[in-house]
Design a protein around this ligand. Sequence first.
Ligand code: 5RP
Length: 224
Amino acid sequence: MNQNQMKQAVAEAALEFIRPKLENDTVLGIGTGSTAELFIDALATIKGQINATVASSEASAARLKSHGIPVYDLNTVDEVDFYIDGADESNSALQLIKGGGAALTREKIIAAVATQFVCIADESKLVHTLGQFPLPVEVIPMARSHVARELVKLGGDPVYREGVVTDNGNVILDVFNFPIPQPLAMEAKLNNIVGVVTNGLFALRPADVLLLGGVDGVRTLYPQ
Ligand code: 5RP
């Protein structure tokens, strides 16, 4: 099984995970990225049972709408029952690095609202210590150099993601060479840098369950 087949398998497993729990008023939060796209396409096979979604990016909203799946503004729904999204890395506590697709801010907002965050990923994403994947940080454009200097003080090597503007009109700094043994403390520290909109650490609000695709099938992991 290659990585794409593992992503396909977890997308289908996520559909089976939520399908028995769907009710008429269920609101699904939908993530961003290649694994989330496969989930959206799987969701389309039962679209008659999906009455409301909220999307973490314009791209995911467009894909949902292309299938005829209703997409709502987050402000118009009272709650989000399940948030289904991929990740760039997860540790065993299901603390994540996200934002490889530059959608981290809206992803973090929906994850904060969601009752249950279902993360879907292939097994290459499971790591012992977060930070092998460069940590994305969304930044107000005029603060880019200031935030980069602060990130250097914290020990990282920030690199401006050229040519990328987020759905919120901001820019991304990817922080390389930045192992994160204490994700909770680091997430809070990064949030305190003036000019940072969001950082890609999802530790204060980790995933509740991880569906992890491997060569032998999909495993269901809970925080350790
Ligand atoms: C987008 C994300 C994605 O969930 C993350 O980048 C994983 O993407 P993929 O499913 O393509 O591997 O955080 O901002």
